[in-house]
Design a protein around this ligand. Sequence first.
Ligand code: FES
Length: 116
Amino acid sequence: MPTINFSNPQFKDKTVYAVAGSHTETVLKIAKENKIPVQFECEDGECGSCVIRVTNVDQQKSPMGYHLTEKEKTVLRELGKLSKDDLEALIVNDLPSEWRLACQFIPRDEDILVEY
Ligand code: FES
């Protein structure tokens, strides 16, 4: 079963098990269900308050996840988390971004670290 390790220097780290193969639950929804204090406002990929950094627990791999949504591309650019060049490189190389919006990011069946 895939695990999500939530980490924030102000709170105790917490590991939760994601439902394998659900492919519908966002990281924000999983955090809320587990009372993990990930910040959020709009829950619709507009405000950027839920920005997170996602890495694969297995350092050899990059997270599979789903690719950035159009909303994420816009907001992450506005927040300065991704430059135009970063974005183009991700698209050209077909890679997922480590910066995501918790309300948009749906994890896949892999163990990930979520820094919030
Ligand atoms: S809560 Fe607003 S972008 Fe995620």
